[in-house]
Design a protein. Structure first.
Lengths: 349, 786
């Protein structure tokens, strides 16, 4: 009987060796270890053995059975591994193929500049305000000390819709609105960016363009002065254009401020040495500014004896062009998708 | 204003180069466009041709031996007037002329060591050249000394600064005004203007009659000069006119221009014999005709100021004289008119006719002192350079309020506004340099502003003067000391834009002006379109109402440039008149076409993608559950079967859909939302809702229904049948095709059931599903699709 067990075991082991698939293994398992297997049959014949032999042979059969079970388990493990490896192999993809994506959207360069300016001034306690683009003559001119007959009110220079209504030529119109709307006539710190329109269209002028306007009004005893204007614009220019920018205040003339100054910034391109951008002067005119004209205060409900302040404004396109190195203003309004998508990331700080 | 530096040196003694002067003027507020020499040429000397023979190998070239002072040069010259004995301008080897550089070399085998120049080659503007200036080489006078500077000899050694002046500084449109400004910068006195002349004969007031019949003429000065001799002007007058950009004509005409440049007061000279003995300033009659000196007949309006004789107009005040009374070469007697006309009226007229040096000065305002002075100065020059006899007396009409202004200001006030601590003496020094007289009384100063400074009338103007002359560069910048507060702004628009960008859309910046034919498109709203009174082009003559035409233009541009995948958006304004109200609304506009998903699995934009964009933004803003897409009558520009109105809480706030195939063959989808209207609608608070601790169960079911039935209607039925345990309904497939009736479609739904109190059993969910199927079958005439 012992030989018989050995023989069964040996034959079973051979068969296990030749197994290829999980199904074959399953069938073999039944054949070798099942109720009708030779080993099971052998166990059934144990009863015919002597009481002495019986436990010995029983132990031998069980041992053989255990060994075969282990063998099968190890083959089973191997087959599983192979199967998994095969599956992984099959599932391998070319990771260099392109992704499926929604392309990143992009923020228009002019609006990027607006946001940068707004954030800067909000951090200094200014309120962001807005006003209508379709303005009345009263707010666009009259209340800003540009009386009837002033050349800036010419039909030829502005887009009038009726003798009363026009597209605003300057965001300064919002100055008047803000002052007038402030019923307590309390101090004002505001910044306003938006679209403006003038009746001109050539390589360097667009009939539609962006402006930003700042206004600070405070009690006379706080003395908001030209020096304060200078310091504020230094912060502005050095944030927007570059921390090494130099500023030059040039006396100028605007009807809504007195004194008035144009502000030149050391040339973005050459740093002040002189180049074709700055026409060899080293300076580029960037801002208009000044001390709010007493007539403007008066016309908008503020007593010029008790209140004073400053105002400034600048064009947005040129700042955007400088910041991103855009050579032609018209690109900003053509909206070529190839242009727009270039502005699809976060600005560097 | 072109400033001749030689001219201004008549009145103020300065010794600075032209570039420095220009920069120093800029710092006090007077910008310039260009600054340089009148003649930009180097290495020019006076030469004398001491020998001139024909070139052996040419029929027109000459071989000249030219004495240039230190040496004699051999120069080949092609000019027909080259001949022995004349004094010429020699450009030496290496000379830079405006249009060429001179190098010595061989010309047809003969050595040439320079070039003999014509006046034209020196680079004067074409309009200043006489025919002989370009036909041959310049012939200098016998007194020209070989070796010396020919530009200086010709009096063309002048510097020119082309100023771009601010509108308020009319006083700087004169050499004298410039002299005061320059004097203030360099602290130099300004010299007196020479008005001296003799007068003779019967007083003009007895022989001539001048009348002003309109308020639009505040001052009129008339003088008469007899027996003038018309000829060429002396060189200094011609050269200064040229440097100032004015073409010399003859001595009389040139003197009127010279005085205008010098004193800023435009003059008009009439031929006294053609004018007769009266001059009236009045407003034109409507339709009145006048032939101006350019030969054109002008039809005048009531707003034009005219100069007339007893019967008809003879000139347009401040703009252009009449042909009839013009100074001609045979003119002998002259009436000088020096006047101040209303600036606005002159501007209106000049815009119709001609903007000139004269009209520009009238527009900017004139100093009455100069009006008188100019007439006298013209007499002086006509006497000296046109042999004229000045008639005794002056006709003077003066309604100006010609008083020097006195302004009282405290030193503290000046320093407060500037944010400075400038000492009082320094402030007074500024006024002195400007030529303003002043009286100090304690802490204040009373400044007397001369009449030439029309721009100064209030304290603030004086403060600006102090900052100008003291120097803004000397003022230290600082930040305002004001109470701290939080800056505020409404971030909604920015958040919407960021959301759109996150969804992959490119932000555009479009023009709001469109063609009037487009303005009623893409909307059913009733409004009056806003047209410009004076558009630049008809393409842009109207303010848009919908933004879609603007974005569609951008799409077209991109499409024609090969960019077919366009997903763009913009927040902008739409404008209207409704009833008596002029208004504007803020709108969000989206346009999508071509591929939305890119890369390996691209997907084209369809209605459902742009609908997804719309839902994203509405949900993001908190309107989930408050909006619906409604099939309604749509604008004719929209595809009727693929568009809808977007309705929030009962009102349409926007529109979505495909552009009508009659407009474009491409699949272009648009979305427009009126943000002003939308953002007025209520939004619920963002608030926690309980989530179930127990697992949810998903069941799929597909119904075959009539094609016309909308999914929304079916969903409604499912929802009501499902009750509170049905927590989500999603469509995951829509099918029409071969094994379905052609009027039918199949819609498959994934339903989620969930109970917050217990785990749902199969029996419970199946019972619910059966109920739903049963209800939908009945109410929607649906069949279950197996």
């Amino acid at each position: 009987m012992k030989e018989k067990i050995e023989e069964i075991k040996k034959q079973a082991e051979e068969e296990i060796e030749n197994i290829k698939t999980a199904q074959e293994l399953q069938d073999l398992k039944v054949k070798i270890l099942g109720k009708k297997s030779e080993l099971s049959n052998l166990l059934k014949t144990l009863g015919s053995l002597s009481a002495e032999e019986r436990p010995k042979m029983g132990a031998l059969v069980n041992e053989a059975r255990k060994e075969l079970e282990e063998k099968i388990a190890s083959v089973e493990e191997k087959i599983k591994e192979n199967l998994l490896a095969e599956k992984l192999q099959k599932e391998t993809i070319d990771i260099t193929l392109p992704s499926t994506k929604i392309k990143r959207g992009s923020k228009h360069p002019v609006n990027r500049v607006i946001e940068e300016i707004e954030d800067l001034f909000v951090s200094m306690g200014y309120d962001v305000v807005s006003g209508p683009e379709l303005e009345t003559d009263e707010f666009c001119f009259e209340r800003l000390n540009l009386p009837q007959g002033h050349p800036a009110r010419d039909m030829q220079d502005s887009f009038y819709i009726t003798p009363e209504y026009l597209l605003r030529t300057q965001t300064s119109a919002v100055q008047a609105r803000t002052m007038l709307a402030n019923e307590e006539k309390s101090p004002i710190r505001m910044i306003c960016a938006g679209k403006t329109y003038r009746r001109e269209d050539d390589a360097t002028h667009s009939h539609q363009f962006g402006q930003v306007e700042g206004l600070v009004i405070d009690k006379k005893e706080r003395n908001v002065s030209l020096a304060d204007l200078k310091g504020t614009l230094e912060v502005f220019v050095r944030k927007l254009i570059g921390k090494n920018s130099e500023l030059r205040f040039r006396p100028s003339y605007f009807p809504f401020t007195e004194p008035s100054y144009e502000v030149d910034v050391s040339c973005f391109k050459c740093g002040g040495k002189g180049c074709n951008l700055c026409k060899q002067t080293g300076w580029i005119e960037v801002l208009g500014s000044g001390i709010v004209h007493p007539n403007v205060l008066k016309m908008n409900g503020y007593d010029p004896e008790k209140y004073g302040g400053f105002a400034f404004g600048t064009g947005l396109e040129r700042l955007a062009m400088f910041k991103y190195g855009i050579p032609d203003m018209r690109y900003l309004y053509t909206n070529d998708v190839r242009f727009l998508t270039q502005f699809d990331r976060k600005d560097q700080e | 204003m072109k400033l001749s530096t030689n001219f201004v040196k008549d009145y103020v003694d300065i010794d600075v180069d032209v570039k420095t002067l220009a920069e120093d003027m800029t710092r006090v507020g007077n910008e310039y466009d260009s600054a340089g020499n009148l003649i930009n040429a180097t290495k020019l000397v006076i030469g004398e041709i001491i020998e001139c023979v024909d070139h052996p190998d040419s029929d027109h070239l000459h071989l000249c031996k030219v004495n240039v002072g230190k040496e004699v040069l051999g120069i080949v010259c092609g000019a027909p007037n080259a001949r022995k004995g004349i004094k010429v301008i020699v450009a030496l080897d290496g000379a830079e002329l405006p249009e060429k550089t001179i190098k010595k070399g061989m010309i047809r085998g003969q050595e040439s060591n320079g070039m003999l120049c014509s006046i034209a080659e020196l680079g004067l503007e074409h309009k200043f050249l006489k025919s002989e200036d370009s036909e041959g080489i310049a012939e200098l006078g016998a007194d020209a000394v070989p070796g010396e500077d020919p530009i200086k000899y010709l009096g063309l050694d002048d510097g020119v600064i082309d100023f771009d002046l601010t509108a308020n500084r009319g006083d700087l449109l004169s050499i004298l005004g410039m002299a005061y400004e320059i004097g203030a910068i360099y602290d130099k006195p300004v010299k007196e203007v020479d008005l001296s002349h003799k007068e003779q004969g019967e007083d003009i007031n007895k022989i001539f009659n001048a009348k002003v019949e309109t308020d639009n003429c505040k001052m009129l000065i008339v003088k008469k000069v007899e027996n003038v001799k018309i000829k060429e002007s002396p060189d200094f007058i011609k050269n200064r006119l040229i440097a100032s950009g004015i073409r010399p004509i003859n001595n009389v005409v040139d003197i009127s221009n010279y005085v205008m440049l010098e004193l800023g007061q435009p003059l008009h000279f009439y031929d006294a014999d053609r004018l007769g003995n009266s001059l009236i300033v009045r407003m034109a009659e409507e339709g009145e005709k006048l032939v101006t000196l350019d030969g054109n007949e002008r039809i005048l309006n009531k707003t034009d100021i005219v100069i007339a004789d007893n019967t008809h107009s003879v000139g347009l005040a401040g703009v252009m004289g009449g042909l009839e009374t013009e100074v001609e070469p045979d003119t002998e007697n002259i009436i000088i008119e020096s006047a101040i006309f209303d600036s606005v009226k002159v501007r209106l007229t000049s815009k119709k006719i001609l903007r000139s040096e004269a009209s520009n000065r009238f527009e900017k305002g004139l100093d009455p002192v100069r009006t008188v002075m100019a007439a006298e100065r013209a007499c002086k020059l006509l006497e000296e350079y046109a042999c004229g006899n000045v008639v005794t007396g002056t006709i003077k009409y003066d309604k100006t309020n010609n008083k020097d202004k006195e302004i009282n200001i405290s030193f503290q006030n000046i320093n407060d506004v500037l944010g400075t601590v400038i000492p009082n003496e320094e402030i007074l020094n500024v006024f002195r340099k400007l030529g303003f007289s002043y009286k100090v009384k304690g802490k204040t100063v009373t400044v007397t502003v001369p009449s030439r400074r029309l721009d100064i009338s209030i304290k603030e103007d004086l403060i600006e003067e102090v900052s100008r002359i003291y120097g803004v560069d000397n003022i230290q910048g600082k930040l305002p000391v004001v109470p701290m507060k939080k800056g505020s702004y409404d971030k909604t628009q920015r958040e919407i834009r960021n959301k759109m960008i996150a969804l992959g859309l490119n932000e555009t910046l479009s023009y709001i002006l469109i063609n009037d034919k487009e303005v009623n498109g893409y909307t059913l709203d009733k409004f009056e379109a806003l047209k410009l009174l004076d558009p630049i082009t008809e393409d842009r003559n109207t303010l848009r109402y919908s933004m879609i035409p603007s974005l569609y233009k951008i799409y077209e541009y991109n499409y024609s440039h090969g960019q077919k995948d366009v997903s763009i958006f913009e927040i902008g304004k739409g404008f209207y008149k409704k009833g008596e109200i002029y208004g504007e609304d803020t709108k969000l506009c989206v346009l999508m076409s071509g591929k939305y998903l890119h890369g390996l699995k691209p997907q084209n934009v369809d209605f459902y993608i742009i609908k997804g964009i719309a839902e994203e933004i509405l949900d993001y803003l908190g309107y989930a559950g408050r909006y619906s897409f409604m099939k309604q009558e749509m604008p004719k520009e929209m595809h009727p079967g693929q568009s809808a109105m977007i309705n929030v809480n009962g009102t349409n706030i926007g529109m979505i859909g495909k552009i009508h195939p009659s407009i474009t063959k491409e699949d272009v989808y648009v979305l427009e939302i009126n943000l002003d209207e939308l953002l007025q609608k209520k939004v619920g608070k963002m608030k926690y809702k309980e989530i179930s601790k127990f697992p949810s169960v998903k069941k799929d079911v597909a119904f075959v229904v009539d094609k016309a039935l909308t999914s929304k209607e079916i969903e409604k039925v499912i929802k009501s049948a499902g009750g509170s345990l049905l927590t989500n309904i999603e469509v995951f497939d829509v099918y029409t095709g071969s094994n379905l009736d052609e009027n039918k479609k199949s819609i498959a739904y994934a339903l989620t059931f969930e109970d917050t109190k217990k785990t749902l059993t199969d029996e419970e969910t199946n019972a619910l599903l059966d109920k739903i199927i049963d209800t939908v079958s009945k109410k929607c005439n649906a069949e279950i699709r197996k």
